[in-house]
Write a protein that binds this ligand. Sequence first.
Ligand code: IMP
Length: 424
Amino acid sequence: MNKAVIGLQWGDEGKGKIVDYLSENFDLVVRYQGGNNAGHTVIVEDITYKLNLIPSGVIRDKICFLGQGVVLDPEHFVNEYEKISKRISNPRIYLSSNISLILNYHKQLDKINESILTGDSKIGTTAKGIGPAYQDKVGRKSIKLYDLDNMISLKSKFEAIKKYYDPILDAFDENKIDLNQNIERLSEFYSQIKSLIIDNSFIKKNFQNKKILFEGAQGILLDVDHGTYPFVTSSNTVASSAATGSGCGPNSINYVLGITKAYTTRVGSGPFPTELNDEIGESLGRRGKEFGTVTARKRRCGWFDGVLVRQTIKIAGINGIALTKLDVLDELDEIKVCIQYELNGKKIDYLPSSSEDQFKIKPIYKTFPGWKSQTRGIRNIQDLPEKAKNYIYALEDFIGAKISSISTSPERDDTILIEDPFKV
Ligand code: IMP
């Protein structure tokens, strides 16, 4: 049975740990969207692994595949590959020949795009060139990995790209595209990674009757179609994107596991109805070590938003939930959950479409007593304090999906299994 693991909030829900945990039982782990804007941290026996592009399954020496829905920064990939190779010898990582590349001008354009926005309208991107790279993909201007096999046609593609972007780069005092430098760098990159590039039919040919784990990046609220647009990333983070981004049919995803924290965080700007700009928000950030893996920015923290998660569960077609970071709530006197919003004096139970309204809505909370004891490291549901169990069951009821596991620390094995993840 194939599974997709996806974030139900604004990313950083702890997907890396869950993918690492599950991947033991899978033959192939696939990344299908996003790029090195993602950051997955996995801690195993005091060793911390930080991954951006390479699927977390690499830590268990699983075969890993980056599908064509990913955008790949060559320099970043080579660095990450070299780093992981020091820990895992000969990692089995393959790249779809259809992957679109992120090149230097995409990062320059990312910077320009942000610079022309003002105040609250700034997106706060990771500045990794993700948006412009996806723009080029849809605009049919991408350099694909397969292009690196033909330097003559690559050069003519670059000439067209240069004509298109140089006037923009110049207008914003950015360096124009250096054709020769780009070609030189790409040919060096190609010689380093040529053996990892495979045809897009890789999965169909080799993994027909094998078990595949699809590792999502970011979260549904950052999905370009379903998220808090325009404060989103530029890819589809929903589970169905696992099919388009990897070359599998939609029926090859048999189970969708949604990951949500026991509270909410967001990095970058945009609406965040349950954000806490007070000592409680600070303490969630401290206890949860809420700093971005990619940009080291402090994450914004707030109460669990039941309305949002209930909505993203429906969009994603979720079969089960992994609840993470329960232990971060251990010291609180009381814990709140958003169960409705108020917009222009009316109560609503959905996230409105426009960002203007999303900024305006006020959360309506239900309050739960805190358990004020340590849950960190607990591995059995019976060992949780009653009040923690009540909180979990109330979340489950409200969001309308079964919680199948609970994570109680970043360590691989500090996980409560309610349902055997290898049987469903
Ligand atoms: P971009 O993906 O760099 O274009 O950034 C767009 C928005 O998505 C910004 O608010 C980023 O902070 C956010 N974002 C992108 N990737 C991640 C992630 O992996 N975790 C959390 N936020 C992310």
